[in-house]
Design a binder for this molecule. Sequence first.
Ligand code: SIN
Length: 477
Amino acid sequence: MRTRRPIVVVGGGVAGLATALAAAPAPVRLLCRAHDGSGSASALAQGGIAAAIDPADSAAAHAHDTLQAGAQHNDAAMVHWLCAQAPSAIAWLQTQGVTFDRDADGGLQLGREGGHHAARIVHAGGDASGAALIHALRARAQAAPHIQWRGGVEVDALLLRDGRVCGVRASDGQGHQDEIEAGAVVLATGGIGALFAHTSNPPGADGAGLALALAAGAQSRDLEFMQFHPTALDVGGHCLPLVTEALRGAGAVLCDAAGQRLMAGVHALLDLAPRDVVARQVAQAQRDGSTVWLDARAVTGDWRVRFPSVLAACLAHGIDPRQAPIPVTPAAHFHMGGLATDRDGRSSLAGLYAVGEVACNGVHGANRLASNSLLEGVVCGRRLGALLAGPAGVGVTAAGAQRVERGAALVATELAALRELLWQAAGPQREPTTMRRALATVAVLAQHGWQARLAQQLLLAALQRPSSLGAHHCSSA
Ligand code: SIN
């Protein structure tokens, strides 16, 4: 019998936790940057989980909306599978201790978000769904005997033997490094929003896992497709609080400085048009010199129950959204591209897997449909965990393995410059000349740090797609 080595899962967001839990009884080492496993983008997710629960709705209709938002660039079979799994994902989450919001009849309360033709967003704690999921799944993972949790470490190298990933190097920031042999390495490290000047993501969404995998020679896919959320709170700075799309589902509308409806005549779904369409309209209004406002004063019900996260963020900046419009701006939100994987999460490197936002299995196409990301994290995480609980997770020895490092990071001033460059060149509105100029600057920065090498890959991918598709909106030179 071959020795079973632990499955190393890097990242404590929803996808990493779901993978780790589903791998039982195989031993799992869960490695996170923060000591308490916090800091994932999942914890900030406000929307919820899309699932065709209403008897008048169907998985086919959910899939139709997912494909339409994704500009049909999706892996259609994967989309149909994901949407069909959504109701059972909700049921599983309930068994894990997640309490979803219910309506007066006791049924699951279903919200509506952009690109959906039906109310099918299941949420928990109002607009605090991601935090509710993380809270429940983290408690389960911490209590699970097969999971050994280690926080406060950075995975900065992969161990490779005969072309197979067989472990990681984890550094604790105090000069102590550990090499951990692994039956399989799962990257669940999240997206790259923090590489842009404005993002709804936490600072840790910097693409570190993706950069490491690419340094080891793994294949990427669709790197150019970055989603920009139309409504982050416009209070200046890098990581901005999100103003959930569910508010527009509840009646909030976007207006320009003159108080005119921004989405009138732009799309049949008005303020609930797909995110890329709305984000571009907001960005264009800003370019034209207008501040953009989300007027949510008509939203009914108790904000402390329905939208506690938005209310708290606005009040912290002296804005009461019940009384006054909210200033909003687009912000980098979700990376549809990433480490190329098959439907199970296998990367092109044996022994290396990816799940959640760092992965690109094709399900989101060129633009992710709202509230499909927590869904993907749960469903694909459980699928991958179950796979790795079997022979796929056994692996080989790391004796004599080669170390592939991510390499040095940019210094703070270089990183700030890179974020600004990416925002200007690869933001909601792109244009080849600007992207080519940015690429030349990024090529210099790429000699100094891995973030710039990742940005270089993104810009190259974007330049290879001269026409617009989904979230990649490219006007001609
Ligand atoms: C939102 O609440 O607007 C974001 C939900 C999502 O990204 O799916």
